[in-house]
Design a protein around this ligand. Structure first.
Ligand SMILES: C[S@@+](CC[C@H](N)C(=O)[O-])C[C@H]1O[C@@H](n2cnc3c(N)ncnc32)[C@H](O)[C@@H]1O
Length: 381
C-alpha cells in the first residue's frame, strides 16, 4: 500500500514536472554489487526519460528509460532490490523505508528543493557556463568585452566547464542542503570559485555561500572587488593561511592544486567539519617522496627519478583516499582534466557515506612496503 502510494507520487511528480530526483539505497542483498540508483529526468530527442545512474561497487552505469518503463522498474526494485527510496519533488519529499520484515513505511517531509533542476541532456550540459552571461569571465581575461571567448582563454574555459560538470554530478548524487556553505582552500585568482558560485546560485538556484581562502592578499582584494562589482553577494574571500581558518560549518570542502601538505590540511579541515563533500586536486607530493624507501621488488624500478616521483604521487594520493574512507567517506580518484592543461590532474572526490573498515590496515601495509613513517594527513586526524 505504502509502496503504491510512493509510486503514485513518483508518477504525479513526473507528470507535473515537480520531480527533482529519486534515490534508491540500502540494497537488500548483502553481497550484491549494485549499491545505489540515482534517477534524474531528462529530455532526449525521442522524448522524456528517467536517466538512471546505477552505482556498483567499482563502477557507475547510466541507463535511460522512457517514463512508463522507468516507473515499472522502480516498482520492481522497491522492497526487493532496495529497502530505501527517496523521492524529492518541489512539492514534498517522500521517503519509503522497509523494515527487516519487508514492511514499508512512507514518510512525507517538507521539500528540500525549491526548484526542479535543468532537464537538458549531457550534450547541452557540457556547456554549463555561457560565456556571454558569466560576468566574471571578462574581468578575468577569458572573454573579450563582447563576451566572446579569447583564444588565450579557451583552455581555462574548458577547465572551468569540466570542473563545474564534476561538481554538478557530485551534488546530484548526494545532499548539499538548501543553504550550503562551500569553502575553496587556496582559491588563487578565483576562476573556479566564481564559476561555482555562478552555477550554484544563478543556474541551480541554490542559496549557497562560498568562502575562498587564499594566502596572497592581492588576489583576495581582486576577488572581493570583483564579487562586489558583479553582485555575487555571498561570495567572500579571506586573506589567510588555511591552517588558521576555523569554519563554523562546511558542506563542501574544495582544494584544487594546493601545494603538498596544504591539500592534507584542507582534507583534515573538511573531515573535522563533517563536510558532506570533499573535492581535492593535489599538487606536488614532497612529504612522502622524501621518506620513501621502498622495501619491495619495486626498489629497482624506483631508482629512476621520474618513477619515484610518480610512485610518490600514487602513494600519497592513495593513502589520502584510504584515510577518507577510514573516516566514513566514499571516494573516487580520476583524471580531472587532460594532461594538456596540467600534469597535476588527479582529482579525489569524497562523499559522506559508509567508509571502509579495512582502510587503516591497508595503509599500514603500504607504509611498510614503502618504508614510510607517517603520512601528514594521518597526523592531522
Ligand atoms: C596553484 S594555485 C591554485 C589556485 C586555484 N585553486 C586553481 O586551481 O585555479 C594554489 C593557491 O593556493 C594558495 N595557497 C597555498 N598554500 C596556502 C595556504 N596554506 N593557505 C592559503 N592559501 C594557500 C597559493 O597562494 C595559490 O594561490
Amino acid at each position: 500500500m505504502e509502496a503504491e502510494t510512493f509510486i503514485q507520487h513518483l508518477k504525479r511528480s513526473l507528470e507535473d514536472q515537480t520531480f527533482v530526483k529519486l534515490t534508491l539505497s540500502k540494497p537488500s542483498q548483502k553481497g550484491g554489487t549494485l549499491r545505489n540508483v540515482f534517477a534524474r529526468l531528462i529530455q532526449l530527442k525521442e522524448g522524456w526519460v528517467l536517466s538512471f545512474t546505477l552505482r556498483y561497487t567499482t563502477r557507475d552505469e547510466v541507463k535511460n528509460h522512457p517514463l512508463s518503463e522507468a516507473i515499472t522498474l522502480v516498482d520492481l526494485w522497491l522492497g526487493d532490490e532496495f529497502l530505501n527510496a527517496d523521492l524529492f519533488t518541489t512539492a514534498q519529499d517522500y521517503s519509503l523505508q522497509y523494515n527487516r520484515k519487508r514492511k514499508a513505511r512512507l514518510f512525507v517531509k517538507k521539500p528540500s528543493h525549491v526548484q526542479a533542476p535543468t532537464k537538458e541532456h549531457d550534450k547541452q550540459k557540457q556547456r554549463l557556463i555561457d560565456p556571454k552571461s558569466a560576468k566574471y569571465l571578462h574581468p578575468m581575461g577569458i572573454t573579450g568585452q563582447d563576451g566572446k571567448l579569447l583564444k588565450t582563454g579557451q583552455k581555462k574555459f574548458r577547465q572551468i566547464n569540466k570542473y563545474i560538470e564534476i561538481i554538478d554530478s557530485l551534488i546530484e548524487q548526494g545532499e548539499l542542503g538548501p543553504t550550503p556553505h562551500l569553502v575553496d582552500m587556496g582559491s588563487g585568482k578565483g576562476y573556479l570559485t566564481f564559476a561555482l558560485y555562478d552555477h550554484l546560485v544563478n543556474n541551480r538556484k541554490i542559496q549557497a555561500s562560498i568562502t575562498g581562502i587564499e594566502l596572497r592578499p592581492k588576489l583576495v582584494d581582486f576577488c572581493n572587488q570583483l564579487a562586489e562589482d558583479i553582485g555575487f553577494d555571498r561570495l567572500k574571500f579571506l586573506a589567510m593561511d588555511i591552517e588558521e581558518y576555523q569554519p563554523e560549518k562546511i558542506d563542501m570542502l574544495i582544494a584544487l592544486h594546493a601545494c603538498d601538505i596544504a591539500t592534507d590540511i584542507a582534507i583534515a579541515k573538511g573531515i573535522k567539519a563533517q563536510s558532506s563533500f570533499i573535492v581535492v586536486a593535489p599538487c606536488c607530493h614532497k612529504q612522502i617522496r622524501k621518506q620513501m624507501k621502498c622495501q619491495t621488488a619495486l626498489q629497482s624500478v624506483l631508482r629512476h627519478g621520474i618513477m619515484e616521483e610518480r610512485q610518490a604521487e600514487l602513494v600519497t594520493d592513495g593513502i589520502r583516499s584510504l584515510l577518507l574512507e577510514a573516516n566514513g567517506y566514499k571516494t573516487k580518484v580520476f583524471e580531472f582534466i587532460s594532461t594538456e592543461h596540467t600534469p597535476k590532474n588527479v582529482m579525489i572526490t569524497a562523499t559522506q557515506g559508509t567508509g571502509r573498515e579495512d582502510a587503516l590496515a591497508q595503509i599500514d601495509q603500504i607504509k611498510k612496503d614503502f618504508g614510510i613513517d607517517y603520512h601528514y594527513l594521518e597526523k592531522l586526524l
